[in-house]
Ligand binder design. Structure first.
Ligand code: SF4
Length: 261
């Protein structure tokens, strides 16, 4: 019988940035978006290119993940399936998550939610929590900066909020000129506020760490002149979210921001 494989970019161990506790993060290849700031351009195409990518079975990955079980146990961690966009390999991801759960491992997925809802629904029974990368509130800006509309993403967020009973964490890469302005944060917080499974919003300051990879891939990095936002700008954006939707927790790069008085 043919064994199904997934196309994996890499597996990272003991990450503290991709979910609760210590995580093993499985980065998959393939993404339907083309965010101009993408720090992992080598994850975007599903083909193996310039040595980036490998095929693995779900069993092989679970075996690798299980080596870290002792860390999960002590830190409340688990496995996070990320990308690229993991929803581009939906059946493989479902199989992988199911196998991890059979081993008693907590599971999370990090996704932009840009996929048909019927496919996303297949994953929900095998997920402990979800991390949603939400980029820009305004549709025209979203199209300009990512190549796709955010209409489907917003519709899916509303549907996932209804269908999923675990926590949803929203993450926003905060990028000067793209989404670092008050109206964007206010619109985002207003949209998230009624979605009761959404527990918090994490703001991630833009960085240019992927720039060298663009050169390796012989692609142009369009945002090369944009700087990492200063901390006071990040705090200002956090405050807008807190004022608009006080029930939501807010973090800046993993650190909780103190609630408003
Ligand atoms: S969704 Fe993520 S992986 Fe895909 S292009 Fe955007 S930043 Fe890159």
């Amino acid at each position: 019988m043919e064994t199904k494989t997934g196309r994996v970019l890499r597996i990272e161990k003991t990450s503290i940035h991709d979910g609760e506790g210590l995580r093993t993060v499985v980065f998959l290849k393939g993404c339907p978006l083309r965010c101009k700031w993408c720090s992992t351009p080598e994850s975007q195409r599903s083909e193996i290119e310039f040595g980036y990518g490998m095929d693995m079975t779900a069993e092989e990955i679970v075996k690798e993940v299980c080596k870290d079980e002792v860390f999960f146990f002590h830190s409340g961690g688990g496995v996070t399936v990320s990308g690229g966009e993991p929803l581009t390999q939906i059946e493989f991801v479902r199989d992988l998550l199911e196998k991890c759960r059979e081993q008693g491992i907590e599971t999370a997925v990090e996704t932009s939610l840009y996929a048909p809802f019927e496919e996303i629904r297949m994953l929900l029974p095998f997920l402990t929590s979800m991390y949603i990368d939400y980029k820009v509130a305004d549709e025209a800006r979203h199209i300009f900066y990512t190549g796709v509309s955010n209409k489907l993403i917003k519709e899916n967020l509303v549907k996932v909020n209804e269908a999923f009973d675990g926590p949803i964490h929203v993450r926003i890469p905060v990028i000067p000129t793209v989404n670092l302005f008050e109206q964007n944060m206010e619109d985002t917080a207003r949209f998230m506020d009624p979605l009761k499974q959404v527990k918090d919003i994490e703001l991630l300051p833009y960085h240019r760490l992927g720039m060298d990879t663009y050169a390796k891939l012989k692609r142009v990095y369009e945002l090369k002149d944009i700087e990492t936002p200063p901390m006071d700008e990040m705090r200002k954006m956090a405050r807008v979210i807190q004022e608009t939707a006080p029930r939501l927790g807010v973090k800046i790069k993993g650190e909780p921001v103190a609630p408003l008085d």
